[in-house]
Design a protein around this ligand. Structure first.
Ligand code: NAD
Ligand code: UGA
Length: 475
């Protein structure tokens, strides 16, 4: 592709912008599913996903698609259909960059763990490395797409790197944040509420819009300036998380007043101005993004000296931490103020159902708290591998790896997990939990047998009828 300067608009020059090859840097929860869908819907575009993580690329190339590194309903089928035809996974980053006309940056942007902004700001080192890599390798003009979630005004930094390091080639920077949720990623990608593209070059915007245009209706492709696009992503996550913290705040009040949070959620959700989604009270939201993106929003607001704005959004995180902590505290208090030496079973480890992702899962923090109280923990999750549970706990650095190993057992069968437990804590809303033989589970547990349902998935009266002491959120 040869993009000729100057760009005068859509028309003759636009023909030169035909996209035949796309590269995506970052084969993660966003890069993998998003590119798989782009490849499926654009059979004439060759899509190459690259990553520095060799193990991850090898897993994406595993002939057995049930062993892909990411579990998402519908993903394996699409990978099977497209892989080796127009979808490729590779560690040869430079080659893929050089060959492609359009490059997505879809690398992780975690909260900084060091230096200025530690614990609040987004760590942009991976994004910067990508920009430098592109600048150094590119020998032809490129459209560079920010797919990662980035602080508002990051495109300025990317532009500066590309234009100062890059040789004679033209770079066009677009912001195209991703709104998929894990567990429903494929559905969300196939039928998005909107696709957002922010940018300055009309031609570059149009080129990306055409890629999505293969399956997304035109009226759902929204274009804005770069900064609105970047800020809209952080804002969307902040609003969604705020709803969860809002209903969770009400759940605590319900527990003191005999109101039922499910009934309250239904009653307010029927107001079309409020809407019914994202009103499920829970043990607290998890996932790789809500907390990180709100902390980032708070940090940005503070950096502009907007302290009221910063404090307002920070409260969403404070409420979420409170919800996780009070769940664990209630369990301990109910078990006669001690869980020392008692077996507590965690059903679910993923941060939500239908994903194997455990990042920031409430289960990690509740378990850590219970281990501090000397509980013996057993865990079952249908999709999370054993090593992941240990690595999540080890990452906290609260105790030695050996202590985690000694006090946490991970089973691949729910009935073994709960046998002889004093209490069960339901941490993820996996559908299969509803269909277990709860009578058998009751018989196999120590008495009184307690259930703490952090997801309100079971029926209280049914559980009481079996004999359980049943506690849920906000009821
Ligand atoms: P992830 O950690 O699953 O994947 C990121 C990948 O990037 C990793 O495999 C890593 O090895 C690779 N990488 C890092 N630096 C690299 C480099 N210099 N060169 C090549 N590869 C490199 O992360 P994710 O969950 O896919 O998230 C990616 C971005 O998308 C984040 O900014 C996140 O906030 C955003 N996002 C995530 C979701 C989600 O559901 N997970 C949804 C929307 C947006
Ligand atoms: C969220 C957003 O929904 C996506 O739009 C966004 O793209 C993504 O973050 C991101 O930027 O990473 P995700 O974290 O994958 O997606 O999953 P959600 O469905 O939003 O759930 C987040 C957490 O909130 C989960 O722990 C979930 O159990 C919890 N939650 C959600 C509730 O407790 N109650 C609800 O009503 C909804």
């Amino acid at each position: 592709m040869a993009l000729k300067k100057p760009f005068t608009g859509i028309g003759k020059t636009y023909k030169n912008m035909k996209i035949t090859k796309i590269c995506c840097i970052g084969a993660g929860y966003v890069g993998g599913p998003t590119m798989a869908v782009i490849a499926k819907k654009n059979p004439n575009i060759q899509v190459t996903i690259v990553d520095i993580n060799e193990q991850r690329i090898a897993a994406w190339n595993n002939p057995d698609v049930s062993k892909l590194p990411i579990y998402e309903p519908g993903l394996a089928e699409i990978v099977e259909e497209t892989r080796g035809k127009n979808l490729f996974f590779s560690t040869n980053i430079d080659k893929a960059i050089d060959e492609s006309e359009m490059i997505f940056i879809s690398v992780n942007t975690p909260t900084k763990t060091y230096g200025k902004g530690k614990g609040m700001a987004a760590d942009l080192k991976y994004v910067e490395l990508c920009a430098r890599n592109i600048a150094e390798v590119a020998t032809s003009d490129k459209i560079v797409v920010e797919k990662s979630t980035l602080p508002v005004r990051t495109a300025q930094a990317i532009k500066s790197i590309l234009h100062n390091i890059g040789s004679q080639v033209n770079f066009h920077i677009l912001s195209n944040p991703e709104f998929l949720a894990e567990g429903t990623a494929i559905e969300d990608l196939l039928n998005p509420d909107r696709v957002l593209i922010g940018g300055e070059s009309k031609i570059a915007i149009e080129s990306l819009a055409n890629v999505y245009g293969s399956w997304v209706p035109k009226d759902r492709i929204l274009t804005t300036n770069l900064w609105s696009s970047e800020l809209s992503k952080l804002t969307a996550n902040a609003f969604l998380a705020q709803r969860v913290s809002s209903i969770n705040a009400i759940s605590e009040l319900c527990e003191h007043t005999e109101a039922n949070v499910n009934e309250v959620a239904k009653a307010i959700g029927m107001d079309s101005r409020i809407g019914s989604k994202f009103l499920k009270a829970s043990v607290g939201f998890g996932g790789s993004c809500f907390q990180k993106d709100i902390l980032n929003l708070v940090y940005i607001a503070r950096s502009y000296n907007l302290n009221e704005v910063a404090n307002y959004w920070e409260q969403v995180i404070i409420m979420n931490d409170h919800q996780k902590r009070r769940f664990a505290d209630k369990l301990i208090k109910t078990l006669y103020n001690t869980v020392s030496g008692k077996k507590i079973s965690m059903l679910g480890w993923a941060f939500k159902k239908d994903t194997n992702d455990t990042r920031e899962s409430a289960a990690i923090y509740v378990t850590d708290h219970l281990l501090n109280e000397q509980a013996k923990i057993s865990v079952y999750d249908p999709k999370v591998p054993k090593e992941k549970v240990y690595s999540d706990l080890n990452y906290l650095n609260t105790r030695t790896e050996q202590e985690n190993q000694d006090n946490v057992i991970i089973n691949d069968n729910p009935y073994d997990t709960v046998k002889d437990s004093h209490a069960i804590a339901i941490m993820t809303e996996w559908d299969e939990f509803k269909n277990y033989d709860w009578k058998k589970i009751y018989n196999d547990m120590k008495k009184p047998a307690f259930i703490f349902d952090g997801r309100n998935v079971l029926d209280k009266s049914e559980m009481n009828k079996i004999g359980f002491e049943y506690f849920s959120i906000g009821q």
